[in-house]
Design a protein around this ligand. Structure first.
Ligand SMILES: C[S@@+](CC[C@H](N)C(=O)[O-])C[C@H]1O[C@@H](n2cnc3c(N)ncnc32)[C@H](O)[C@@H]1O
Length: 208
């Protein structure tokens, strides 16, 4: 099998409810004419898996977009679970809100509008899982500001850990920051980490 065929084959096995998340994709495409920022079923499947594996209850998402990952995580959490999600673009929030209401898990979602670094500064510990998926220039800042909020045994998930290969280009501003984040995770003795070759790379770190 070609690499692409294997990726397509693997992408079928995730257990994500595509009837609900399919609405997010459809609304995103029809309203925005771009959908490249959606995390998609494989990443969402991994988040779903991690939430179930760790019995997570309180999750922080940095970068909500139209709510694909948010909804996948809210659907995976128990009734008293919460996803606190940060988003600075009101247009995306306005698209996501009706989708959340329709999903039946709206009560598990708390949207923090504004610059994520400001929102994070107002949040109380502890989070069971933190999903980082916002502006790459701030990846290291997010890591430094979020890690104190992650409980021991909690998982930090950084999406786009490869940034399309730009992490190996020291002349690329965003790639340089994402590379610095990867290095900081690797050097942190309080983290057990692994980078998965999933989509654009996912750096997983368990706080010990
Ligand atoms: C890749 S998308 C998130 C995708 C989403 N997690 C998903 O699962 O589909 C990144 C999002 O981060 C938001 N964002 C970028 N910079 C931000 C900032 N400084 N504060 C809050 N949100 C920000 C963007 O508006 C965008 O919606």
């Amino acid at each position: 099998m070609e690499e692409k065929d294997m990726q397509d084959y693997a992408a079928k096995y995730h257990g994500v409810d595509e009837s609900i998340l399919g609405d997010v994709v459809q609304v995103t495409r029809s309203s925005l004419q771009y959908d490249d920022m959606l995390s998609g079923p494989v990443v969402a499947g991994l988040l779903r898996f991690l939430i179930h594996a760790t019995s997570a209850r309180r999750v922080l998402e940095i970068g909500m977009f139209t709510g694909y990952g948010t909804l996948a995580m809210a659907l995976s959490l128990p009734e008293d679970g919460r996803v606190i999600t940060c988003e600075s673009n009101m247009k995306y929030i306005n698209l996501a809100k009706p989708l959340f209401q329709k999903s039946g898990v709206d009560h598990k979602i708390d949207i923090q509008f504004g610059e994520a670094l400001n929102s994070i500064a107002r949040l109380d510990p502890w989070f069971d899982l933190i999903f980082l998926d916002a502006d790459k220039e701030n990846y290291l800042n997010y890591y430094e500001n979020c890690l104190p909020l992650l409980k021991k045994g909690g998982i930090f998930v950084a999406d786009n850990a490869w940034l399309g290969g730009k992490v190996r280009d020291s002349g690329d501003r965003k790639g340089k920051v994402v590379h610095e984040l990867n290095e900081a995770i690797q050097a942190n003795e309080n983290l057990v980490n692994v980078m998965l070759p999933v989509r654009d790379g996912i750096h997983l770190a368990l706080k010990i």
